[in-house]
Design a protein around this ligand. Structure first.
Ligand SMILES: [Zn+2]
Length: 278
């Protein structure tokens, strides 16, 4: 391989060099070649790639996808087709390719696997056949993730935004009687009595935090449930920046238990993030 005159500078000789764990892209996807043979010009340092070597990389990539079970094997494709009770011809009609393609993909000693697009489509057909409810966009995003690609679709960010961040603050106990006339007077009387409330980013009261000194439990009572909360994931951030994450917390009488057996009283909480579960 190589040992020819560099066409970049026209002076140097291109010599083979082996790179361990060489990072490249195959069909646009990131891939690490364990041992990559690359030609390097001994004068200008230009890189030269040999077609047989890059073809070998592509084979490694395909094998890797199959080993890691990212793309469907020939057997799996055949199984999907047969579960539908279809001939190669009809399966080709179904998914929009040629019979020859199906034949090639199902061949045990196939040289080339199905394209990524065909792979994804056949996987969707398989999921659908199993009677699973398929969220196509989430499925595709997850499949891309397997290749180390993170895709933020509008849908995904909408889901990510489906969170309710609550700021926690101390207010006088008469906070709820704001509409009453004697607000200032009441504030004086109840000066020392404070409540800890959780309010939305638009400063709307959502709930009140309670700390029970007997059971050392911290809970949140929802005062205004405009979200229809039933089960939530909770992230609680304390004033000293500790993060607690609770999953699948259920509401009981508009109340959720945030922390039990804790020293974090209601006024040691800074922020609560609720993620409603569907
Ligand atoms: Zn050169």
């Amino acid at each position: 391989m190589f040992n020819y005159i560099c066409e970049e500078c026209g002076k140097g000789i291109v010599k083979e060099k082996v790179f361990d764990n060489y990072r490249t892209k195959i069909k646009g996807y990131p891939f690490v070649v364990p041992e990559a043979k690359i030609g390097i010009c001994d004068k200008c340092g230009a890189k030269h790639f040999d077609p047989s070597e890059t073809k070998h990389w592509e084979e490694l990539y395909n094998k890797d996808l199959e080993l890691k079970h990212i793309s469907l094997s020939s057997d799996e494709i055949e199984a999907v087709r047969k579960s539908l009770g279809l001939s190669m011809e009809d399966f080709a009609y179904l998914i929009g390719c040629t019979r020859q393609s199906i034949y090639n993909w199902e061949k045990k000693d196939r040289e080339k696997p199905q394209s990524r697009m065909a792979d994804l489509l056949i996987k969707l057909v398989r999921l659908s056949f199993k009677g699973e409810k398929v969220d196509v966009i989430s499925f595709l995003v997850d499949e891309a993730k397997k290749l180390g690609i993170i895709i933020q679709t509008g849908k995904a960010s909408a889901l990510a935004n489906n969170i309710i961040p609550l700021n926690v603050k101390r207010v006088p106990q008469n906070y709820f009687q704001e509409s009453q006339r004697n607000l200032q007077l009441a504030a004086k009387v109840l000066e020392e009595k404070e409540l800890t409330i959780a309010e939305s980013s638009s400063q709307e009261l959502i709930g009140i935090l309670h700390y029970d000194y007997e059971t050392a439990a911290l809970s949140l009572e929802i005062r205004k449930d405009k979200f229809g909360l039933r089960t939530v994931d909770v992230e609680l951030i304390t004033a000293d920046d500790k993060h607690f994450i609770m999953q699948n917390v259920k509401f009981k009488d508009n109340c959720i238990l945030l922390l039990s057996d804790t020293e974090y009283t209601e006024n040691k909480v800074r922020e609560i993030i609720l993620k409603p579960k569907s």
